[in-house]
Design a protein around this ligand. Structure first.
Ligand code: ADP
Length: 261
C-alpha cells in the first residue's frame, strides 16, 4: 500500500520543492500557525544553506501575513505564476495576500478547492529545500486534498495537553496515516507556564497529555513549547521569536524541534 500511495499519479510534486512538511492540528487556537512560522525560521536557522518557504493554506483564517509581517499582492512571473513575498529570509504565500484583510471568506466548497489548487500549483517558489505548510485546523476537505495532491515528507501535529485538543489531534494523526503521510510527531504547545516573578511552574492545560497520546499512537513527541508571553507578543506583532529572540529558551525549543524533522 505504501508503494502504491507514493506512486499515485495525482501526487505531482510542487516544482522546485524538495520536501514538504505540513503543520496540522485537530483544533483551532492551539498554536499551529505559531509553530509553523517558527519551525520554518528554525529550519533555516539550523542550516543556513537551506532555502525555506511557508505556505498558508488556512484559507478561512490566514495568520501568516500578520505573523510574518507581510502584506501586499504577489507579482506574477513571466509564466504567470505568483511570486512569494519574502521576509526574514522565508518565502511566503498565503490566501491573505490574495483577499482583502478584513473581508470574510464566505466561499462554497468548490471555491475553496480552487483557491487551494492555486496555492499549491501556481506559485513560483524557485528552489526550496523545505516548504512548511500551515494547514487549517481539523480533518476536512482541504487537509485531505492537500495530503492527496502533493507528496508530503511528513506531518507535524500541534496540540495543547488538554484532553479535548488531544482527541482531535488523534483524529488528525489517524487521517494522515490513512492517506499514507508519515507523522513525524507531536508538538506539545503551551505545556507549562512559569511565573516570571516567582518562577513557579504551572501546567495550565495539563501536564503530559501529548506524551500519553504519543505513547498510545506510537508517535514521537518532537518537543514541548511553554506558554510564554514572549511567544504570544512576538507572534502577534510579526516578529517571530526564533527570528527576534533566537537566544531565548523558547526559541531554542523550536530550534530543537526543527532539528528533529
Ligand atoms: P492556531 O494556528 O492553532 O489557530 P495560533 O498559532 O494562531 O493558533 O495561536 C493562537 C494564539 O496563541 C496566538 O495569539 C498566538 O500568539 C498564541 N500562542 C501560540 N503559542 C503560544 C505559546 N506557546 N505561548 C503563548 N502564546 C502562544
Amino acid at each position: 500500500a505504501q508503494i502504491m500511495s507514493r506512486g499515485l499519479p495525482k501526487q505531482k510534486p510542487i516544482e522546485g520543492v524538495k520536501q514538504v512538511i505540513v503543520v496540522a492540528s485537530g483544533k483551532g487556537g492551539v498554536g499551529k500557525s505559531t509553530t509553523a512560522v517558527n519551525l520554518a525560521l528554525a529550519l533555516a536557522a539550523n542550516d543556513s544553506s537551506k532555502a525555506v518557504g511557508l505556505l498558508d493554506v488556512d484559507v478561512y483564517g490566514p495568520s501568516i501575513p500578520k505573523m510574518m509581517n507581510l502584506k501586499g499582492n504577489p507579482e506574477l512571473s513571466q509564466s504567470n505564476l505568483m511570486r512569494p513575498l519574502l521576509n526574514y529570509g522565508i518565502a511566503c504565500m498565503s490566501m491573505g495576500f490574495l483577499v482583502e484583510e478584513t473581508a470574510p471568506v464566505v466561499w462554497r466548497g468548490l471555491m475553496v478547492m480552487s483557491a487551494i489548487e492555486k496555492l499549491l500549483r501556481q506559485v513560483d517558489w524557485g528552489q526550496l529545500d523545505y516548504l512548511v505548510v500551515d494547514m487549517p485546523p481539523g480533518t476536512g476537505d482541504v487537509q485531505l486534498s492537500v495530503s492527496q495532491n502533493i507528496p508530503i515528507s511528513g506531518a507535524v501535529i500541534v496540540s495543547t495537553p488538554q484532553d479535548i485538543a488531544l482527541m482531535d489531534a488523534r483524529k488528525g494523526a489517524e487521517m494522515f496515516r490513512k492517506v499514507h503521510v508519515p507523522v513525524l510527531g507531536l508538538v506539545q504547545n503551551m505545556s507549562v507556564f512559569q511565573c516570571p516573578k516567582c518562577k513557579h511552574k504551572t501546567h495550565i492545560f495539563g501536564a503530559d497529555g501529548a506524551r500519553r497520546l504519543a505513547r498510545t499512537l506510537d508517535l514521537d513527541v518532537l518537543g514541548d513549547i511553554p506558554l510564554h508571553l514572549n511567544i504570544r507578543e512576538t507572534s502577534d506583532t510579526g516578529q517571530p521569536i526564533v527570528f527576534s529572540q533566537p537566544e531565548s529558551d523558547e526559541a531554542k525549543a523550536y530550534l530543537r524541534i526543527a532539528a528533529e524533522v
